[in-house]
Design a protein around this ligand. Structure first.
Ligand code: AMP
Length: 550
């Protein structure tokens, strides 16, 4: 038995436009605040689908976006996949050569780009004319086009067709509908494709209480960028619920976030810990009315217990700690309390809420230790393996990674976890050799290879050191050629890296060592360094060393 139709995205918007026509979609944009409704949004989405037809974009195309969180970007979330194409959201904070690789690898036919990101896209473009090989057209998200070498280029408002209706095709649920690249990997970023069905299943997975508990009465502001695994699926799921959307626009700061919560009466918001630590700092110095805010979903990196407690005690806001990956669409676990736990003493309760949580209904996991599956005793640990209707089964065009990262339909997550007797997963380590700073990945291997290219360096390794604001920051350990070292070499190393990497990738500290500890097989033993330098004091990272969004 199967249903009368496939599992596809279009019915979510059809229902919202019919049942909640006046519910609002609000957005901070570079042109000020915009405000629309599902009914009007649905017509704009039809105009976008017609425009893609008129522009000759094939139904099978991948269409890229290089954008912040705003309503025009949200229009692509339904306009592109519901006509049968694949929405590929690209992270503009990545180093140029990663953006270049990602666009080429995905062979995007058309790219939507924010005005404030045009320059970044230009600098990532493959040749002097500002063109990527497969890209046939650029569309700037606004009503005019800034001076640019991107060509051919038009502005979004002129690009939209006039026809406000579209003959939406009945799509096969296996049809590719979305794509994101993950940088949480050694080597080149890996593409993860989403089908109509995986996106449908993820939407249905996060809607109920055991997921993110989204309701028609909610006013939801995804602060998590729309280029991070489709803003954790919120734009689609909030539509499915009939909730009000609030998009915080380009590079929102804590003041923007506080103002939007207050003005739009936001009830639910989501993002990485750094954002919420930043908002707390802001609130210490500034007044804001957070009385509408009920819940914050925090994920992408571990939410500190103090953060969870502070929001609850000072602002009466519940923090829901969630876990997921690009490969899991992304939301796969959330630290909900089980019945009865609400009345536990605060400390005991928070020890549960600080974990990565309970797997969402529909998914299965197991934890593989050295001798097979580990017991759920909160102490033994192993690698988390997961499977389910919104967990990917392969990487795009990467057979070698498929060999190592999947076993019999299970995704090996690379996260090392314990599971307590109540089934709460907790991450205790990471098998992947990468650093996550403010929710964004930094490749330690790329940095160390680049540092080792310096004439005065004989060996180098880079590890992530815990940091109060960014969770982790990179620190380099360098064996200098005899007779050199100290300040000038550190400045040289940072200059060398700055040629290819954004400021926020550069190590905050360079530590000179006689030798780097090695494992029995001669590899750098980062575990030894991580243990030894867990309390390493790094001076405050300058603001510009952080991802812009934070
Ligand atoms: P990404 O694919 O960029 O979403 O990164 C996924 C990875 O981020 C996971 O495999 C974890 O290593 C990490 N991660 C995600 N959520 C959490 C969390 N709540 N706590 C700790 N690490 C997390």
């Amino acid at each position: 038995m199967v249903g009368t139709t496939d599992q596809t995205l279009r019915p979510f918007l059809w229902r919202a436009a019919k049942l909640y026509p006046d519910r609002e979609i609000v957005s901070r944009t570079h042109e000020g605040l915009s405000r629309t409704t599902y009914a009007a949004y649905d017509r704009r989405v039809a105009r976008l689908a017609n425009a893609l037809d008129d522009a000759g974009v094939s139904r099978d195309a991948r269409v890229g976006t290089f954008c912040w969180n705003h309503t025009r970007h949200f229009e692509t979330y339904f306009g592109v996949p519901c006509r049968g194409s694949q929405l590929h959201t690209i992270n503009p904070l990545l180093p140029d050569h990663h953006v270049q690789y990602i666009v080429e690898n995905a062979a995007d036919e058309l790219l939507f780009v924010d005005p404030s990101l045009v320059e970044s896209l230009e600098s990532a473009a493959t040749d002097a004319d500002g063109a990527f090989d497969a890209v046939e057209q650029f569309v700037v998200m606004g009503s005019d086009v800034p001076e640019t070498s991107l060509d051919p280029v038009t502005d979004y408002e002129s690009f939209l067709a006039d026809d406000e209706t579209y003959d939406w095709p009945d799509l096969d649920e296996e049809r590719p509908a979305g794509m994101c690249y993950t940088s949480g990997t050694t080597g080149k970023p890996k593409g993860v494709e989403y089908s109509q069905q995986t996106m449908w299943a993820h939407t249905m997975g996060i809607l109920p209480e055991a997921g993110l508990d989204l309701r028609a009465s909610d006013v939801v502001m995804p602060v998590v960028p729309m280029f991070h695994v489709m803003a954790w699926g919120l734009p689609h799921a909030v539509t499915a619920a009939g909730g009000k959307h609030v998009y915080p626009g380009p590079a929102p700061d804590p003041a923007d976030i506080a103002r939007l919560i207050e003005d739009e009466r936001v009830t639910f918001t989501a993002g990485v810990p750094t954002v919420w630590l930043g908002l707390l700092d802001y609130l210490e110095e500034n007044d804001a009315d957070l009385s509408s805010l009920e819940r914050i979903a925090i994920g992408g990196a571990a939410a500190p217990e103090s953060l969870i407690r502070e929001y609850e005690e000072s602002y009466d806001v519940q923090v829901l700690h969630a876990w997921g990956m690009t490969e899991t669409s992304p939301v796969a676990a959330a630290a909900h309390l089980k019945p009865g736990m609400e009345s536990w003493p605060a400390e005991k309760r928070d020890r549960k809420r600080v974990k990565q949580g309970l797997v969402l209904p529909g998914l299965e996991f197991k934890v593989m230790g050295e001798e097979g599956e580990i017991p759920w005793n909160g102490e033994d640990f192993g690698e988390l393996w997961i499977r389910g209707p919104w967990v990917t089964t392969e990487y795009f065009g990467r057979p070698e990674a498929n060999e190592t990262d999947f076993v019999d339909g299970w995704l090996k997550t690379g996260d090392v976890v314990t599971v307590d007797p109540e089934g709460y997963i907790q991450i205790v380590d990471r098998a992947k050799d990468v650093i996550k700073s403010g929710g964004e990945w930094i490749s330690s291997q790329e940095l160390e290879n680049a540092i080792m290219a310096h004439d005065d360096v004989t060996e180098a390794t880079v590890i992530g050191v815990p940091h109060e604001k960014w969770q982790e920051r990179p620190v380099a350990f360098v064996v200098a050629r005899e007779g050199v070292g100290g300040g000038p070499l550190m400045a040289d190393i940072r200059d060398l890296l700055a040629e290819d990497y954004p400021e926020w990738w550069l190590p905050d500290d360079v530590v000179y060592v006689e030798s780097i500890p090695k494992t029995a097989t001669g590899k750098f033993d980062k575990k030894v360094l991580r243990d030894e330098y867990a309390d390493h004091e790094i001076d405050d990272v300058p603001e510009e060393a952080a991802p812009e969004e934070e």
